[in-house]
Design a protein around this ligand. Structure first.
Ligand SMILES: Nc1ncnc2c1ncn2[C@@H]1O[C@H](COP(=O)(O)OP(=O)(O)OP(=O)(O)O)[C@@H](O)[C@H]1O
Length: 261
């Protein structure tokens, strides 16, 4: 591998007259930890779905793990990409046990369907649930979990197949303050783990950027406003342009805050 886990060049996505993404250039390397920031409707979910090989772009080229999208078998690539999003969670049958949702990621299923899983699979699923503070939820039905509990189980699932790229779409959405801070702390620990996959995490809020994240991609109306090392993109000018209002941006230690001026 040339160090690039993901590379997009001139990527565009159209639906009828709507241009969901336009001219996206984005390269993610093995050790990168990216945050994707932008307002509602900016195209963040669309971008992540392209990266997850779930959506084929209308224009441009996408390379994931040195495989050009469209030239190979996406079903071979997908186990190498961990992807957690509200849309994926919405497809999980309510009665699925949390641990079954995690363990079945190895097969790309949303729950177990009579496949045989070995002791190492069970141990890994248990360890991941524990890592994300969800060990006590292993036997619970997914449909009975709170929003925050579902997020943790989904992240554990996304990591189950030991992916080379982990994509999380708004993992902090719907979490209370304690839940958000707990998630930020766990994502920060993941960011600092040299064995962790390359990461890209979508959020609307700069307060949710975990310490240790290295890069930022700022999206507005389907276009990149800025992309690069976090310090270089987290300026009042770029964030104000991204969110469409004048913002004051501050860094407090390894956390960020933003508010309207
Ligand atoms: N099939 C479609 N046809 C037309 N427009 C679409 C279609 N799918 C999505 N869109 C639009 O594309 C834009 C980008 O959507 P996307 O979900 O990627 O944004 P987002 O940045 O993730 O938004 P949010 O923060 O609200 O989740 C939105 O304006 C959405 O309404």
């Amino acid at each position: 591998m040339n160090g690039h886990v993901l590379r997009m060049s001139g990527v565009g996505v159209r639906r009828g007259d709507a241009e969901l993404l336009h001219g996206i250039d984005w390269a993610v390397e093995e050790d990168d930890r990216w945050v994707v920031l932008g307002p509602n409707g900016a195209g963040k979910t669309t971008l992540l779905r392209v990266a997850a090989t779930q959506l084929f772009p209308t224009e441009g080229a996408v390379e994931v793990l040195d495989e050009r999208l469209g030239s190979g078998d996406v079903f071979e690539l997908r186990p190498l990409i961990g992807f957690a999003s509200a849309a994926v969670a919405g497809q999980v049958p309510d009665a699925t046990r949390a641990v079954d949702l995690v363990i079945s990621a190895a097969y790309g299923y949303l729950g177990t369907w009579g496949e045989e899983y070995g002791t190492p699979d069970h141990q890994r699923a248990g360890a991941l649930l524990d890592q994300w503070g969800a060990a006590h939820l292993a036997d619970r039905e997914f449909g009975t979990l709170s929003e925050g509990e579902r997020k943790r189980v989904q992240i554990a699932r996304a990591l189950m197949a030991d992916p080379e790229l982990l994509l999380l779409d708004e993992p902090a959405a719907g979490l209370d303050l304690g839940g958000r801070e707990d998630l930020v702390r766990r994502l920060s620990a993941l960011a600092g783990d040299i064995d962790a996959p390359a990461l890209a995490v979508v959020t609307h809020h700069v307060e949710e950027i975990p310490p240790g994240f290295t890069h930022g991609l700022l999206l507005r109306a389907g276009r990149v406003v800025a992309a690069g090392p976090l310090e270089s993109v987290m300026t009042p000018d770029t964030l104000s342009e991204t969110f469409g209002l004048p913002l004051k941006v501050e860094r407090d230690g390894d956390r960020w805050t933003a508010r309207a001026v």
